[in-house]
Design a protein around this ligand. Structure first.
Ligand code: FES
Ligand code: FE2
Length: 395
C-alpha cells in the first residue's frame, strides 16, 4: 500500500488525528506560549533592582533587559539594541532612559530613540525599542509580554489585615515551571517529602482527601482532614499559588503561620524561578521579634551552602535525603523532588491517583485552553480574582 492510500472503507472518513498538545512549553508562538502571555508574570525581586541598574532577564525562552530609572519605576525592554544588536544590559541608565554601550544610542522610557551620537539629526525619531508594561507589587517586579492590552493590575489580591510583607530568597530551579505549580497542588507530598526535619509536622497528622474545582480565575483546591476541617488553597491562573503554610524552618515561635504567594515563572522550558512573598500577620512588638528572628535566619542562610549545591549532593547520592540539614530545608526538599522528576517531567508515563485530583483538573483546564488556542477557537476569558476568596488553614 502506498503511503497516500487510506485503509478506511470507501465513504468512511478516518477520524481526525488527535492534536498533541504540549502543556509544559511556554516558547513564543506555541499554544502554551500564547496562553501564558495573557497574564502578568513576576520577573525579579524589587530589592535586587536599585535605581540606575540594568539586569538581563530571560522569561519564557526570550531575553529582555530590566532597568530602574531615576524616577524609581522599573521597565522591561527588548534585550538587543535595534542598531546592531548589542545586549542593552551592558549599557547605562540616564534619568529614565537607557543608553546602549556599543555606539551610544539612547532610548527614553517609551522606547523612543532620542540620541544617536554619530548619526544625522532626524534618524533617531525613526527608531524605537520594544518596551513591556512593568509594575511592582508585594516586593516583586511584574511584566506583561502579551500582544494585547494587559489585564488589570494587581492581577491577584493580597491579605487585607496588617502585617509584615516578607520577600523570600529567590531560587532558579532547573526544571519546567509546571512541575512546581503542580507540586503546590499536591498537599499529600508534605507528609513525606517534608517529613525529615519535621518543618511541616502539623500538616502531616493525617493525609487529606484532595478535591478541586475550576473558578473564573483559576482553581480552588481543598484538603479535607479526618476531622472534617478543610484547608483551602488558591491557584491563580496560570502559575501563582496562594496558601497558608507553617513558619519557615527556624522561625517557629514568632508570627505563626503565614500566607504565601508563590510565583513560578518560566525562564525557558527547562528552568524557572521561584519568586515568593509572604504576609505574616504580626504587628508592633511581635513584628519586631519576627524581624529579629528573620535577620538571624537570613544570616544562617547566607552562611549555608547554596540550595542547588545541596540538591545536587542529594541527587548524586553523596548525602541522604533524610539526613539533609539546611536553613531552607523545605525548599531543598521540594526542589530535590520536583527538579528530580527531570527537566521536563515525562507525563505520558505517570500513574495518577485520587490524591492527584488538583493536578488532574489543572491539566484538563490547560489542555482545553491550549487546544482552543491551537485550533483558533475562543479561549476562556480569565477574570481578576476576587478579594473575598482567601486560603484557609484547615486546623
Ligand atoms: S548596537 Fe547599540 S548603539 Fe550600536
Ligand atoms: Fe513542598
Amino acid at each position: 500500500m502506498r503511503p497516500t492510500e487510506s485503509r478506511a472503507s470507501p465513504g468512511v472518513q478516518s477520524p481526525p488525528e488527535r492534536l498533541e498538545i504540549d502543556i509544559a512549553t511556554t516558547r513564543p508562538g506555541t499554544p502554551g506560549g500564547i496562553f501564558m502571555r495573557q497574564f502578568w508574570h513576576a520577573v525579579y525581586r524589587t530589592q535586587d533592582l536599585p535605581i540606575g541598574h540594568v539586569r538581563p532577564i530571560r522569561i519564557m525562552s526570550e531575553d529582555y533587559a530590566l532597568y530602574r530609572g531615576q524616577s524609581g519605576a522599573p521597565l522591561v525592554v527588548a534585550y538587543r539594541c535595534p542598531h546592531r544588536g548589542a545586549p542593552l544590559h551592558l549599557g547605562g541608565v540616564e534619568d529614565d532612559a537607557i543608553r546602549c554601550v556599543y555606539h551610544g544610542w539612547k532610548f527614553d522610557n517609551s522606547g523612543q530613540c532620542v540620541h544617536q551620537p554619530a548619526e544625522e539629526a532626524g534618524f533617531a525619531r525613526k527608531v524605537s525599542l520594544r518596551t513591556f508594561p512593568t509594575r511592582e507589587y508585594l516586593g516583586l517586579v511584574f511584566a506583561y509580554f502579551g500582544e494585547r492590552e494587559p489585564p488589570s493590575f494587581p492581577h491577584f489580591p493580597h491579605r487585607q489585615s496588617e502585617g509584615l510583607i516578607q520577600v523570600w530568597n529567590h531560587e532558579h530551579v532547573p526544571c519546567n515551571y509546571l512541575q512546581s505549580f503542580e507540586n503546590s497542588m499536591d498537599e499529600v507530598h508534605v507528609a513525606f517529602a517534608h517529613q525529615p526535619g519535621g518543618s511541616h509536622v502539623k500538616l502531616s497528622a493525617d493525609l487529606p482527601i484532595i478535591t478541586a474545582e475550576e473558578t473564573a480565575w483559576g482553581m480552588l483546591r481543598f484538603g479535607t482532614r479526618r476531622t472534617g476541617k478543610v484547608r483551602q488553597t488558591l491557584h491563580y491562573a496560570p502559575n501563582i499559588t496562594r496558601v497558608i503554610v507553617p513558619p519557615l524552618a527556624g522561625m517557629d515561635g514568632v508570627g505563626g503561620w503565614s500566607e504565601i504567594y508563590f510565583s513560578f515563572t518560566p525562564v525557558d522550558d527547562e528552568n524557572h524561578l521561584w519568586l515568593i512573598t509572604s504576609h505574616v500577620e504580626v504587628t508592633g512588638k511581635d513584628a519586631e521579634a519576627y524581624r529579629a528572628k528573620r535577620a538571624e535566619y537570613d544570616s544562617k542562610f547566607a552562611a549555608a551552602p547554596l540550595v542547588m549545591d545541596v540538591v545536587r549532593d542529594i541527587w548524586s547520592g553523596k548525602v541522604r535525603f533524610a539526613d539533609v540539614t539546611h536553613p531552607d530545608l523545605a525548599i531543598v526538599q521540594d526542589i530535590a523532588v520536583q527538579a528530580g522528576q527531570g527537566r521536563i517531567e515525562d507525563r505520558a508515563n505517570e500513574r495518577l491517583g485520587r490524591s492527584d485530583a488538583g493536578i488532574i483538573l489543572w491539566r484538563k483546564i490547560l489542555t482545553r485552553e491550549l487546544l482552543a488556542i491551537a485550533e483558533g477557537r475562543p479561549a476562556k476569558k480569565w477574570e481578576t480574582p476576587p478579594a473575598e476568596v482567601v486560603p484557609t488553614l484547615g486546623f
